[in-house]
Design a protein around this ligand. Structure first.
Ligand code: MN
Length: 232
């Protein structure tokens, strides 16, 4: 970018660490999948039909790294965690076939789709965009990306979240309604995917509120842990 020609300092690009190397993974877009584990669909009051996946985005600069203390966000009194498997793409495309989808993945990580649940529900009930409930500052804590060449494809295994040491979410990646290759194939019908796009693949049951002083630790087999604390 020709920074000299810009009237303000160009905003920094979000970068994620890559496990096992000093190199970084540059993030272009954050796509998220809604309602992708049956038990979570039920706890949110939905039924378990295999409706087409729901997609939304968060801004790339909502990423915060592992180990951060994030401020309690404004305009909410029901601030929730949603622990999710993160898929990081190395190759893009449109109308990607399910059978080719895994070839587009650079690696996997652990992410949190932090949510202002009260705003999300109120906006949703009114038929309004739920963006203010999902796409806000610091709403996407995300750990390092683990390359496929190191960990293989992470499509099954435990996904767990504790809050202050107490288990709140405890499921298995196999229980996704839409599997990772299907998510990529579906998403690429709506958007031209690009290298640098990451996808949060939905949360299992057990979502709930957190507040100042809470420590959240997410873990997924082969991907280590992601720890964040909630500040004031
Ligand atoms: Mn989510």
């Amino acid at each position: 970018m020709d920074t000299e020609a810009c009237v303000i300092t160009p905003p920094a690009r979000a970068l994620l660490p890559v496990a096992g190397t000093p190199q970084k993974y540059p993030v272009r877009r954050i796509y998220c999948v809604g309602r992708n584990y049956v038990a979570h669909v039920r706890e949110m009051g939905g039924d378990e039909t295999r409706d087409p996946p729901i997609f939304f985005q968060k801004p790339a600069d909502s990423i915060v790294p592992d180990g951060t203390t994030i401020p309690y966000p404004p305009m909410t009194s029901n601030y929730h965690y949603e622990l999710e498997l993160v898929v990081a793409l190395k190759k893009g495309g449109r109308d990607i076939p399910v059978a080719d989808a895994l070839d587009h993945i650079y690696g996997y990580g652990i992410g949190l789709d932090m949510t202002r649940r009260d705003l999300q529900m109120d906006l949703g009930k009114s038929g309004l965009p739920w963006e203010a409930g999902k796409a806000f500052d610091h709403s996407c804590p995300c750990g390092p990306i683990h390359p496929v060449e190191q960990v293989g494809h992470v499509l099954e295994g435990p996904i767990r979240l504790t809050v202050d040491g107490e288990t709140k979410q405890d499921s298995d990646l196999r229980l996704m309604i839409w599997k990772v290759p299907e998510i990529i194939a579906n998403l690429s019908k709506y958007f031209t995917l690009q290298p640098g796009d990451i996808i949060l693949t939905g949360t299992p049951a057990g979502v709930g509120p957190v507040g100042p002083g809470n420590e959240l630790v997410g873990s997924i087999d082969k991907l280590g842990t992601l720890t964040v604390r909630i500040g004031n």
